[in-house]
Write a protein that binds this ligand. Structure first.
Ligand code: 6PG
Length: 245
């Protein structure tokens, strides 16, 4: 039986990265409050890279007392296979900007162990996700929110074009070798992300204008970012990134 999944896509354009980040922080806080009120918890997967850093800093500076962080569980959508104190680490970036500024129990911070061998780190993380969400075999988690970025090649998370992560249909988390970067990554798969209630892309800067136009206007899904189909998909972009639309 063909189940038609309606995808609701919302695109909001802001004057610059600061305004975009502030709106993202408000959206994060509003969603957290709504989910905590409804079910007592907020399960969110953070993205890496540079774009979300300001969002995390705002959450750490202005929302430290406004969100019930003890009811928030923080995961990562992907991680570089580096130690947690590496400048490359997505965990390190979020820890400096956000985790070090809020009162969140260690057990609520679900770090991908980038320092471990990639395959075992991926297997361990998948087990942690399954355990947290109480998943049976074959089930996918329902994240309340997944934060995402967009690479200039159309990748998101660490699902890069023409890498095995793109075709993974069973696993929730896999190790993914990225030839162009000559680097291993651990990433959630589309199976894990597409079951989320909300996904929030943050895209900023003129250098993303071309790929953003291709992703948003493309008639067929040829980029990984176009294969993200959660319950509700929101793009928060700034004017420079939107200049090609
Ligand atoms: C990562 C991210 C990746 C990122 C994009 C955009 O680990 O790098 O998960 O998917 O979101 O590469 O990165 P920027 O925000 O730095 O442009």
């Amino acid at each position: 039986m063909e189940i038609t999944k309606h995808l609701y896509v919302y695109i909001y354009v802001y004057g610059g990265p600061e305004e975009m980040s502030r709106r993202a922080a408000e959206t994060f806080a509003e969603t957290a409050e709504r989910k905590i009120r409804a079910k007592g918890s907020f399960n969110v997967a953070l993205s890496g890279g540079k774009t979300p850093e300001r969002l995390y800093a705002l959450l750490g500076a202005e929302y430290a007392e406004k969100i019930e962080w003890g009811k928030v569980h923080i995961f990562w959508g992907d991680e570089r296979c580096v130690p947690p104190d590496s400048p490359e680490s997505n965990y390190r970036m979020a820890s400096k900007a956000l985790l070090s500024k809020i009162d969140i129990p260690d057990k609520n911070v679900h770090r991908i162990r980038g320092e471990d061998e990639p395959m075992s780190a991926a297997l361990a993380y998948e087990e942690e996700v399954r355990r947290h969400f109480g998943l049976k075999a074959g089930e996918a988690p329902v994240f309340d929110m997944v934060l995402l970025g967009l690479g200039r090649d159309g990748h998101t998370l660490s699902i890069f074009p023409a890498t095995k992560a793109l075709f993974e249909e069973e696993r929730l988390v896999i190790d993914n070798y990225v030839e162009k970067l000559k680097a291993h990554r651990v990433t959630m798969t589309l199976k894990a992300v597409n079951n989320a209630s909300n996904a929030l892309f943050l895209v900023s800067g003129r250098e993303k204008a071309v790929i953003l136009r291709e992703v948003l206007k493309g008639t067929e899904a040829i980029y990984p970012a176009q294969m993200v189909r959660p319950g509700k998909l929101v793009w928060l972009i700034d004017k420079d990134a939107a200049s090609g639309l």
